[in-house]
Write a protein that binds this ligand. Structure first.
Ligand code: AP5
Length: 205
């Protein structure tokens, strides 16, 4: 299995790049934002509850996120791997994800942090607002989403830095160039893994 997280501020290209990576490496793309929007469109009570947080640019409470994500991930734990897009967003979510991975004797292998300048984030979001139909694509909510990213999600960088899993990739380039940068990180990881697997235990020690 190859499990990856695409991490970064709102509008940094997580969704765009996750679907390209998933396609390139035959992985399953799990986007919590997209799962929630589907639920909102369905008009269920759960959807209404989600919308009440999302439309204000707030994070959905952990217990609602984890319930949804866990189900989607469980259905795919025997597959070739997962690309998490927009999850985890809090330390609690990151710990829960680690527990899930351990339960299936696997782990998060690669965390890609997309770096994009703030002006560019706003310009991308405003560009998308014209036809996305997303209630949270407006300047006011975007500011709130960005604040919350800095307060609650950015600390995860340290969590994954300590695990030596995070790679920083500039997202300030055309989509295909950013994809090529991410692919380089994946290839580097795969080569390292192959070399380690080819070494005997004596050679490693
Ligand atoms: P979510 O859908 O995850 O929104 P987000 O993190 O704010 O990110 P976006 O989808 O807005 O942007 P992105 O980084 O995916 O960029 P994209 O590829 O779309 O979450 C929405 C809400 O759900 C949250 O605010 C929260 O309420 C809730 N939620 C979700 N997950 C949660 C969790 N785990 N815990 C709690 N709450 C949660 O690109 C943006 C635009 O830029 C597009 O128009 C795209 O075409 C364009 N673009 C992309 N790359 C480039 C490029 N290289 N050059 C030029 N344009 C580009």
């Amino acid at each position: 299995m190859l499990n990856m997280i695409l991490f970064g501020p709102p509008g940094s290209g997580k969704g765009t790049q996750s679907s390209r990576i998933a396609c390139r490496y035959n992985l399953v793309h799990l986007s919590t934002g997209e799962m929630f929007r589907q639920e909102v469109r369905r008009g269920s009570g759960y959807g209404e509850e989600l919308a009440s947080y999302m439309n204000k640019g707030h994070l959905v409470p952990d217990q609602l996120v984890i319930r949804k994500l866990y189900r989607a991930a469980l259905a795919n734990m025997k597959g070739p791997g997962l690309v998490f897009d927009g999850f985890p967003r809090t330390l609690h979510q990151a710990r829960i994800l680690d527990q899930l991975m351990t339960r299936f004797e696997t782990q998060v292998h690669i965390v890609i942090c997309l770096m994009v300048e703030e002006d560019e984030l706003f310009s991308r979001m405003m560009g998308r607002a014209e036809d996305s139909g997303r209630e949270d694509d407006n300047t006011h909510t975007m500011r709130r989403r960005l604040e919350i990213y800095h307060q609650q999600t950015k600390p995860l960088k340290e969590y994954y830095r300590q695990q030596k899993k995070i790679s920083f990739v500039s997202g300030m380039a055309p989509v295909k160039d950013v994809s090529a940068r991410i692919a380089k990180v994946v290839e580097y990881y795969r080569q390292k893994k192959e070399i380690l697997q080819s070494l005997t235990e004596d050679e490693i020690s």
